[in-house]
Design a binder for this molecule. Structure first.
Ligand code: GAP
Length: 508
């Protein structure tokens, strides 16, 4: 068998279709029409997600001597979110279209003046995409044509709606209607989900679903120091659900309203070299992404401009991933100074200082915070791993195969066990014996239905790295199996001991 990738770059449609067809991701409450910004993970999706979480937890917490884990509650005291600044400032700029009732995030709504022969003759708008400028240019050309304006059209100059001057706002067309005059000025929209704790529904009972897991680590800082035998520098890590009432959830699971975060707060001394520490964590995170199968070529770094940082922030670098819809943030690594601990010390009246035995000094530690979304890694590995290929069999016949090149570390099924024939008791009995043995350690799949080639294809599509076929050589000769490798499609004979050794080396 040989393979040739003939397909163009992967599309989101192909990813969404595969995710649904093979039980990775479903729309939440689909039978009721779905709920925008919420998703369910199916049998294979929940395995894949669990593997991503487990790899992160093992590498970040268990295999490091300087990081411990916690699990804090999703609903915390409302004062936590006042002290952290979320109640006042966790907002996105919202724009309403008064005619269509559509809502937009102002920083994702782009516009440009239409300039002909040096004169502004109108405005065009487009929603952010990987081709925003091209969309605006096409809209400007269409505007000029429709209005039958003669002269030379200048290239568009895209700006986002937060940059619109007050006098420009009534002139910018709504993306929903194509007409100007219906868009409001941007206003701050708080993204926290509110709820009430206890039987009363008045303002004293208001609480929030956490918009990030990070505050759990700050609020529990003292508890961990007092009970965990930790010494600076050390980290507190957590994996858990976060909730944001995003104005425009989009790009499938990339930006949703309920998602999962893996965050770690790495506390360092007030006079530590934060810049070096920051850089080390950026590289650690990058290497970790590569270790779960993301190609280095799809990753890049984006340093937030100094003037856009919060006043307490010393620097933030995002690891970006090339998704089909553009290069977008995957993992943010922020140097946050000692802002959060100081805020909680002031608001709660409880000291957040750390006593350093060596220097005999007391201070509020500073922090480096790597924060990543599980769902974004999930989407990245699907996009990077997906391929449609033309494959030739031994007789030269060409057929299509869809393959998901997932790292064995995170693949939902590690091995498929396939008896060559369904109706040969000796083959199925040996296959089931091996299947049960493997199942004690790994997620494995037993499949006896259909031609062997079709069974391989089914496994290729869900990312199973290896198939093991139990054939006549197994039962009549030397006990070895055929091991078929997903990516190269090569086959070789392997003993049971070597199969377990292979898994031990590759699945960790
Ligand atoms: N504690 C810092 C913090 O929460 P963030 O950049 O807002 O920082 C961290 O979020 C990571 O969480 C992002 O890099 C992204 O991977 C993920 N994330 C944020 N909002 C998300 C959303 N609406 N849907 C899915 N993932 C999201």
């Amino acid at each position: 068998m040989s393979a040739e990738s003939t397909a163009p770059a992967v599309t989101m449609d192909a990813i969404v279709a595969l995710a649904k067809r093979r039980g990775f991701v479903f729309q939440s409450s689909e039978i009721y029409g779905g709920l925008n910004g919420f998703f369910d993970y199916g049998p294979l999706g929940s395995e894949l997600k669990k593997n991503i979480r487990d790899c992160w937890w093992n590498d970040m917490v268990r295999r490091r001597d300087d990081v411990v884990g916690i699990e804090s509650s999703i609903i915390m005291h409302p004062k936590v979110w006042e002290a952290s600044g979320h109640v006042a400032g966790f907002t996105d700029p919202l724009v309403d279209c008064k005619v269509s009732k559509q809502r937009y995030r102002a920083d994702q709504l782009f516009f440009s003046p239409v300039v002909v022969d040096g004169q502004t003759v109108g405005y065009v708008s487009a929603l952010e995409s990987e081709k925003t400028a091209a969309d605006l240019q096409a809209a400007a050309e269409s505007f000029k044509r429709k209005k039958a304006i003669q002269g030379a059209l200048a290239p568009v100059a895209p700006r986002d709606f937060t940059e619109a001057k007050p006098e420009e706002i009534p002139l910018i067309p709504s993306p929903a209607t194509g007409e100007p005059g219906s868009l409001t000025e941007p206003r701050a929209f708080n993204m926290m989900f509110e709820t009430h704790v206890g039987p009363m529904r008045d303002s004293s009972a208001v609480a929030y679903l956490r918009p990030e897991t990070a505050q759990g680590m700050f609020v529990d800082f003292k508890n961990v120091v007092d009970t965990g035998r930790v010494k600076l520098p050390f980290g507190i890590a957590q994996i858990g659900k976060s909730f944001r009432n995003e104005i425009t959830p989009r790009n499938f699971i990339f930006r949703s309203r309920e998602f999962e975060q893996m965050e770690m707060e790495y506390f360092i001394s007030e006079d530590a070299d934060w810049d070096t520490c920051h850089k080390e964590w950026i590289e650690w995170c990058r290497q970790w992404l590569i270790s779960v199968g993301l190609p280095e070529t799809h990753l890049s770094l984006y340093a937030h401009p100094k003037e856009k940082l919060a006043f307490y922030s010393k620097g933030t670098v995002d690891i970006m991933f090339r998704y089909p819809f553009g290069v977008q943030e995957l993992w943010g690594i922020a140097a946050r100074g000692n802002y959060d601990l100081t805020q909680h010390a002031n608001a709660s009246g409880k000291p957040m200082e750390y006593f350093d035995e060596a220097s005999k000094k007391k201070f509020v530690p500073h922090v480096i915070e790597p924060a990543v979304g599980v769902d974004r890694i999930f989407l990245a590995v699907l996009c990077a791993g997906y391929a449609e290929e033309d494959v030739k069999d031994d007789k030269g016949n060409v057929e299509k195969r869809t393959v998901l090149r997932l790292s064995p570390r995170i693949a939902p099924v590690k091995v498929a066990v396939l008896p060559l024939l369904k109706n040969k008791e000796a083959l199925t009995a040996r296959a089931k014996e091996l299947y049960r043995k493997l199942q004690r350690r790994y997620a494995v799949f037993y499949d006896e239905a259909g031609a062997i080639g079709r069974r391989y294809r089914r496994q290729d599509e869900i990312g199973t790295p290896w198939c093991v076929t139990i054939d006549f050589e197994t039962i009549e000769k030397d006990g070895t199996f055929t091991l078929r490798e997903r990516d190269s499609m090569t086959q070789k004979r392997i003993t049971e001991a070597d199969l377990f050794a292979l898994l031990e080396a590759q699945v960790f």
